[in-house]
Design a protein around this ligand. Structure first.
Ligand code: 8YV
Length: 310
């Protein structure tokens, strides 16, 4: 008998038809829009599921999923899944590492440049007919030859470093484990304790995985270490940053600006962030290019195929 695979969001037609050759597929355009009980019923009937980082899987949900043997998640972060409960329930979990590194690093740079040169504000100004004199009406902040501090130096963090070198920036990084010297040299990156990194960086980019030890790792105390002219970018997970502390710092002009792609309670935005000055917001777009998303979903579908057929 074919395994039943529940899909939590719309996937490309070619990948869907590939899945249909070996599985009974139960599709949903967007499981996040379903009443929780309906999605639970789907989970209860499934042998495998294809989800994204926007479909949490809790220990409580797993107590009802007798048939479920595999969760294939589109994305690298696994903080939305209770991994301990999966292990206990013998549910195999897969993610899609690697493929997101380049696009997410590109987006981190889009945010960094967008914030430092006020791209969105400038667009608004032009459209509002407020460009009345040839002299530029707004001043940005230099990116070239400035210091970037990357917090979390895995696949994405390292790609951000490579881009930063192209901008003639000096690269500092922090994470729990220091890289071997040869790798640091290849990336032209200097290992720096977090408090020092915050004090010396003109741009701080957060790219750490989210787990209990990184929850609110950047809060009022850490933001207070940053220089007044510095900017913060978060392309990791909303929960690594205390959003109220960031709103305070921006309101009080204690840092120059910030750009966020991820939020603690997505897709609901802390209303203080919507009011905060010098803040650029995007809706979790790190890996959101058509080619990358296709590759990610295809990889996640292949994980299911391998698990159920090999
Ligand atoms: C998401 C991400 O997967 O890989 C991750 O952990 O956060 C993103 O790539 C994507 O935005 C939606 O599934």
């Amino acid at each position: 008998m074919q395994p039943t695979i529940a899909i939590a969001f719309k996937i490309p037609e070619d990948i869907l038809s590939g899945l249909r050759t070996w599985a009974h597929v139960v599709e949903h355009q967007d499981a996040t829009a379903l009443p929780a009980s309906q999605w639970q019923t789907r989970l209860n009937q499934a042998d495998g599921v294809l989800i994204s980082v926007f479909n949490p899987v809790s220990a409580d949900q797993l107590t009802h999923t007798a048939a479920l043997r595999m969760i294939s998640s589109v994305g690298v972060g696994l903080n939305h899944i209770d991994l301990k409960a999966c292990q206990e329930a013998k549910v195999h979990v897969a993610n899609t590492p690697g493929v997101i590194n380049h696009p997410t690093a590109d987006h981190a740079f889009a945010l960094l440049l967008g914030a430092s040169r006020n791209v969105v504000g400038a667009d608004r100004l032009v459209r509002a007919g407020q460009w009345t004199q040839p002299i530029a009406p707004m001043m940005g902040m230099d990116v070239h030859h400035r210091r970037i501090g990357i917090v979390g130096f895995g696949g994405v963090g390292q790609q951000i470093a490579r881009r930063a070198i192209g901008f003639d920036m000096r690269v500092h990084y922090h994470q729990r484990h220091r890289l071997p010297t040869a790798q640091e040299q290849a990336l032209q990156a200097t290992y720096t304790p977090l408090s020092e990194l915050l004090q010396i960086s003109d741009f701080v980019v957060l790219q750490v995985p989210y787990n209990p030890s990184t929850h609110h790792m950047i809060g009022a105390r850490e933001l207070a270490l940053m220089p007044k002219h510095a900017m913060l970018v978060n392309t990791a997970r909303g929960g690594v940053l205390d959003e109220d502390a960031l709103a305070d710092a921006l309101e009080q002009g204690r840092i120059a600006g910030a750009a966020l792609d991820v939020f603690e309670n997505e897709p609901h935005i802390n209303p203080r962030l919507l009011q905060a000055p010098n803040l650029l917001l995007t809706p979790h777009l790190g890996s959101a290019t058509a080619a990358t998303r296709h590759e990610m979903i295809s990889m996640a579908a292949n994980h299911l195929h391998q698990f159920f057929n090999e």
